[in-house]
Design a protein around this ligand. Structure first.
Ligand SMILES: O=C(O)CCC(=O)C(=O)O
Ligand SMILES: [Fe+2]
Length: 383
């Protein structure tokens, strides 16, 4: 069995569509999503050059030293935005941490953490714009999906109205799989463990390195290589529930490269999610799956992904307290920073440097280490 490749030309971004052509496309899409849960779409309006350009910018970010990426870390399951260090996430909890790192872009707020413009020029602009391109394509695909099910054609689109705002969890995730050092690989470790995605649909763009596999209904894994100029689209778990299991959310994984292959792999995934307050109810009127509120469901799934094996309630509470102490210290540091700035402005810099800056700097260096530890632990076990 192979993942089908469909031409989305009839529904290209910004073009008009005739009913008959759209019907045919929706029939083909329905077959792909009911039989395998994955489909390649070509002629979506998102071109290969555009994808290559953002993949190139994302590499610049991932190749930065850890000290630059750590302050941009993803902090909690309620704020999914930010950097996820290698081996932190285990998409299959029975395997060791995934051999990958990621940067999640969840909302387009001005206060979200981004790499500084002089560190990775054009990063924020490129990904904000790519996020919107993925949003548009997702809405088009969701519309054809509803059409294919003979239900209200806008039912899915109307449930994704807030993509890009704080009341919707849709996320553009950029991924980097570093070269694999075989001697360091743990028993059964993969680049990305078997999992299904959580939301409605995912849009996946990958470089040519390979490794992605999709589990078919009969249980065997089949390769899902990059096909230039296409977007690989898959059904995620909330959509499977919504459609009473008509569309299937297939498990997928990324294998290690063959021994001796030290190449890296890069991909981009846009996870489209319904708005947080949308209650997902089986659209055929059945009660095959009980209604579930999107925001609660996603939080529960994140809690499973980031829960570290062997951590109990007590250690979670200890980390919670460490986090509170850290926040207190943060305020103290901010006051010292103000003092330094005032000393500087008063022309007393030399005096300030010896008396305040030097001791402050040595504390800051230690603070960086605490931050690393607390952030790592928080994203692994809290929430
Ligand atoms: O990198 C890939 O190709 C797959 C990533 C993936 O499936 C995910 O992050 O959910
Ligand atoms: Fe996935």
């Amino acid at each position: 069995m192979e993942i089908p490749v469909l031409d989305f030309e009839v529904y290209r971004l910004g073009e008009n569509v005739t009913d008959a052509k759209l019907k045919e496309l929706s029939r083909e899409l329905r077959t792909a999503f009911t039989e395998i849960g994955f489909v390649y779409l070509r002629n979506t309006g998102i071109g290969q050059e555009e994808v290559d350009a953002v993949i190139e910018i994302s590499k610049k970010f991932f190749l930065l030293p850890e000290e630059v990426k750590i302050p941009l870390s993803r902090m909690s399951n309620t704020d999914n935005h930010g950097w996820v260090a290698p081996e932190i996430e285990r998409l299959n909890p029975s395997r060791p941490g995934d051999l990958k790192e990621a940067f999640n872009i969840t909302s387009l707020h001005t206060d979200a953490a981004w790499p500084a413009e002089d560190v990775v020029p054009g990063f924020r602009k490129a990904f904000e714009s790519f996020f919107m391109r993925c949003k548009d394509l997702s809405l088009h695909v969701l519309r054809v999906m509803a059409l294919s099910l003979d239900i209200d054609v806008d039912i899915f689109v109307n449930s994704h109205k807030s993509i890009g705002s704080s009341t919707n969890g849709s996320t553009l995730r950029i991924l980097y799989y570093p070269p694999v050092k075989r001697a360091m690989v743990k028993e059964s470790q993969l680049r990305c463990g078997e999992h299904s995605d959580y939301g409605s649909i995912s849009l996946l763009f990958q470089d040519s390195k390979g490794g992605l596999q999709v589990k078919s209904r009969s249980g065997e894994f089949i390769d899902a290589p990059a096909i230039p100029g296409t977007v690989l689209i898959n059904i995620a778990d909330l959509m499977q529930r919504w459609t009473s299991d008509v569309f299937i959310s297939a498990k997928h994984r990324v294998l290690l490269p063959p021994p001796g292959d030290s190449s890296t792999r890069q991909s981009l995934v846009f996870f489209a999610q319904p708005d947080d307050d949308i209650i997902v109810i089986c659209c055929d009127g059945s009660n095959k799956h009980p209604p579930v509120k999107t925001g609660d469901y996603l939080l529960e799934r994140f809690n499973e992904t980031y829960r570290m094996q062997g951590h109990d309630e007590e250690s979670n509470q200890a980390l919670e307290e460490a986090g509170t102490r850290y926040e207190g210290m943060q305020q103290c540091f901010e006051s010292i920073q103000v003092l330094i700035r005032m000393t500087w402005q008063a022309g007393l810099f030399h005096f300030g440097k010896v008396l305040i800056y030097d001791p402050f700097f040595s504390i800051v260096t230690r603070r960086e280490n605490w931050t690393v530890e607390i952030n790592k632990s928080k994203s692994q076990t809290r929430n």
